[in-house]
Design a protein around this ligand. Structure first.
Ligand code: SAM
Length: 215
C-alpha cells in the first residue's frame, strides 16, 4: 500500500453511521490540484482488480477517473497496474461507497460506472445494494446536472430492481439492453474481469444508462 501512495488518495474503514463518518473522514478533494487539470471526473464504484478503469483511462486521456473499492487486496492489484503502466489520469479510494460524500464535492462527477455490483439477494440486504435508493441519493448529490450512471450486471432480478429504483429516484433510463454482447453497444464495451467469467459461462449481460434529471 505504501508503495502506491502517489495514486491512493483515501483509505477509510467500513462505517455504519454516515454522519459520524462524515466528521471522521471529511476531506473534500480538489480535483484540479489532484489531477493538474480541469478535465471532467468520472468514477467506478467497486473497481475490483481495475481492468475496466485501466482500459477506460487509456481510451479517454482527456478525462480523469476515480476508482473506488472496499477491498484492499484487489485495489492493490489495480493500483500496481496503473503505476506500472504510468497511467496519469486515475486515482484510487480504498473506501466504502457510503462515505464518498466525505471526499467528493457535490455535483462534481460526470459519470459513474457500476460494473457487476454484488446483487445481495433478500430484503435484509436491500440497503447494501449499490443501486438501492440509499445509494442513488448519494450518487444524485455527487453527479453533475445530466450526470450518468452506466450499469452492467449478469443478474436479471437485480437489473429489474435497479431500473425500478432509477425511475423512483429521479433518473431517466436509456440505452437498455438485456443482451449487451449481441447489441449495438457491444463494440464500445470494455469487458471487466467478472464479465469475462460470465461470458465464458454463456450468460447474457444486462446493461443500461441512468441519466440524472433534477427537478
Ligand atoms: C462482483 S465484484 C465486481 C468487480 C469488477 N467491477 C468487475 O466487474 O470485474 C464487486 C466489487 O465491488 C466491491 N464493493 C462492494 N460493495 C462496495 C461498496 N459499498 N463500496 C465500494 N466497493 C464495494 C467489492 O469489494 C468487489 O470488489
Amino acid at each position: 500500500m505504501a508503495a502506491c501512495s502517489s495514486v491512493l488518495i483515501a483509505r477509510g474503514s467500513p462505517v455504519k453511521n454516515l454522519k459520524e463518518a462524515a466528521e471522521t473522514y471529511r476531506a473534500l478533494l480538489d480535483f484540479k490540484q489532484l489531477f493538474g487539470n480541469d478535465n471532467p471526473v468520472e468514477a467506478e464504484i467497486g473497481c475490483g482488480n481495475g481492468g475496466f478503469i485501466f482500459a477506460l483511462a487509456k481510451r479517454y486521456p482527456a478525462r480523469n477517473f476515480l476508482a473506488v473499492e472496499l477491498c484492499s487486496n484487489v485495489i492493490l492489484t489495480a493500483m500496481e497496474r496503473v503505476l506500472r503502466e504510468g497511467i496519469p489520469n486515475v486515482r484510487f479510494l480504498n473506501i466504502p461507497a457510503e462515505i464518498l460524500p466525505c471526499y467528493l464535492p457535490e455535483r462534481s462527477i460526470s459519470a459513474l460506472y457500476l460494473n457487476f455490483s454484488t446483487p445481495l439477494p433478500g430484503s435484509t440486504h436491500a440497503r447494501q445494494r449499490l443501486t438501492s435508493p440509499r445509494f442513488l441519493e448519494i450518487y444524485a448529490r455527487l453527479l453533475c446536472d445530466g450526470g450518468k450512471i452506466y450499469q452492467k450486471t449478469d443478474c436479471g432480478w437485480f437489473f429489474d430492481d435497479s431500473l425500478a429504483n432509477y425511475a423512483a429516484c429521479g433518473f431517466r433510463v436509456e440505452d437498455v439492453t438485456r443482451d449487451l454482447h449481441h447489441s449495438a453497444y457491444a463494440q464500445e464495451n470494455i469487458i471487466t474481469e467478472y464479465e469475462a467469467t460470465f461470458l465464458a459461462q454463456g450468460k447474457p449481460i444486462y446493461r443500461c444508462v441512468a441519466v440524472l434529471e433534477r427537478p
